[in-house]
Design a protein around this ligand. Structure first.
Ligand SMILES: [Fe+2]
Ligand SMILES: [Fe+2]
Length: 358
């Protein structure tokens, strides 16, 4: 295992652009590291899929939500283990049908890679970094293009870098959107399926690595929940010893609403701001985009004490979306050109400006 782990460490060593490089060298560096981004994203995805599966994500939310949220806060306050009793395998038969069982064998290796990824992410996602990332977002111009061009660009950038990837970005976008469409969900919901990961373009603009693009998200500026994956790795984050940021509420207040909470910067938060500024998508759609990687919240019910009533509605929406994000990955690959006219129409319906400032 240790030899494998060493190799993994080498592979996962963050590729930082050297400022002395020429522009073309920088492009090459980013393209090569796109491969690493894909791998870590796949691993994170797998871990979340199996976590969600093993817990049997089959609660009746309307009936259970308040109970779950209160229970979650109590557990956090009492520092009770976050592990809930595993649901019987037989209870989750429907999910098992959709998951390739060989994934379970890859789980351990994925866990090693994911652990190292989160160690870096949890150390570096500070309040200071997050404020700077938002300043950069508002003050820098990255690219102007249509949503569809953005999807193609993301597809090409990540595909070129990893010919072995089984599923391309556009495949995942279309599979998610088509699963939502097949279930007769509203058109805005289908569009969320298509664009929810488009924020990964951030990786090719001004990210510092993988840790500020992918992975589960969490609030910065308050004590990290024990329900975040690998919670002990926050000890190396400088905010962990800052008395302003290391209490239960930190810079926030009880039930202030998640809209006032700064979530770790990544493709979700970035795409949320792009969609909010350029589309007529409803609040549920924006929440799905913004919180789809906020697993500690939508799977573990952490941070219930920061939620307001509006967030309870948003939680239902995000959970509804998450099922499609996690379980729509199949062998079935859609023909992009066949589906393109339908989705171009859908994009036009909600993005009136056409050319978007990314
Ligand atoms: Fe995502
Ligand atoms: Fe996704």
């Amino acid at each position: 295992m240790s030899a494998t782990l060493d190799n993994v460490k080498k592979v996962l060593k963050p590729v930082k652009p050297d400022p002395s490089n020429t522009e073309s060298e920088l492009a090459t560096t980013k393209t090569k590291s796109g491969k690493i981004l894909e791998k870590i994203e796949d691993d994170v995805f797998l871990v979340n899929q199996i976590k969600g599966f093993s817990k049997g994500d089959i609660v009746d939310l309307d009936k259970e939500l308040d109970k779950l949220l209160i229970q979650s806060e109590r557990e956090e306050d009492n520092l009770v283990s976050s592990q809930k009793e595993p649901v019987d395998w037989s209870d989750a038969t429907n999910y098992l049908k959709n998951i390739d069982t060989k994934q379970f064998r890859q789980y351990e290796l994925a866990c090693d890679r994911v652990k190292q990824f989160y160690e870096e992410q949890h150390e570096k996602q500070t309040v200071a970094y997050n404020i700077q990332a938002r300043i950069n977002f508002k003050t820098k111009s990255r690219a102007k293009m249509t949503i569809w061009e953005g999807l193609e660009k993301l597809n090409k950038l990540l595909d070129d870098s990893d010919p072995d990837t089984e599923l391309s970005q556009i495949d995942h976008a279309l599979q998610t959107a088509e699963a939502i469409r097949r279930d007769g969900k509203p058109r805005w919901f289908q569009l969320v399926g298509l664009i929810h990961d488009l924020g990964k373009l951030l990786y090719f603009f001004d990210s510092k690595g993988q840790w500020d693009v992918v992975g589960d998200t969490f609030p910065v500026g308050c004590k990290p929940s024990k329900k975040i994956i690998f919670p002990d790795s926050f000890k190396r984050n400088p905010d962990f010893v800052n008395p302003l940021y290391n209490t239960k509420y930190g810079i926030y207040s009880k039930n202030c609403g998640l809209d006032k909470v700064m979530l770790s910067w990544g493709h979700d938060e970035y795409m949320y701001h792009v969609a909010k500024g350029n589309s007529t998508l409803p609040p549920e759609a924006l929440a799905m985009i913004r919180y789809h990687s906020f697993y500690p919240w939508h799977q573990e019910y952490a941070y219930s004490y920061l939620m307001d009533d509006h967030d309870k509605q948003m939680l239902k929406a995000v959970k509804a979306f998450n099922a499609y994000d996690l379980y729509s990955k199949t062998e079935e690959v859609f023909d992009v050109e066949t589906l393109k006219p339908y989705y171009l129409d859908l994009i036009d319906e909600y993005f009136p400006k056409k050319i978007i400032e990314f």
